[in-house]
Design a protein around this ligand. Sequence first.
Ligand SMILES: [Fe+2]
Ligand SMILES: [Fe+2]
Length: 175
Amino acid sequence: MASFVETLNEQIGHEFGASQQYVAIAVYYDSENLPQLAAHFYRQAVEERNHAMMMIQYLLDADQQVSIPGTEAPRTSFGDAVAPVSLALEQEKRVTDQIVELVKLAREEGELVGEQFLHWFLQEQREEVASMTELLAVVERGKGNLLQVEEHVARTSGGENPLEAGAPPAAGGAL
Ligand SMILES: [Fe+2]
Ligand SMILES: [Fe+2]
């Protein structure tokens, strides 16, 4: 079975993969002339990149090996404006499962410092699944009038995320 450190190295790839997927979603919305949805996902892409860099900093601090993994190609074409958000929600749920598995591994190996590091990610996943679930409902409801969705996103996004204050340090500094 893979160790905690090996699995955390793999997770770096999942976070960079999530970042790439969010860039692809942002580009889709940009090309559909939906700038608020695009901006929302460009910001999410930076957050995911920061998550990867936090994991890298953790491994550096723990004097463990860091090997930067490659990522799977993101999905770049979507049937309608709802599809990217449902893909994003699936992705956030999958990452939640991955973080939970990492916490279990840390516990099994007695890596309590590593487990504590991951607690922030559990909170972050709770927040991201909740906000993506809400956005999916908004896009579903507004798919006949996407300008309403744009107004909603403009009103509700860009607020300070209270979790940012307690975020773990990121290698090279968070963007
Ligand atoms: Fe993430
Ligand atoms: Fe996320």
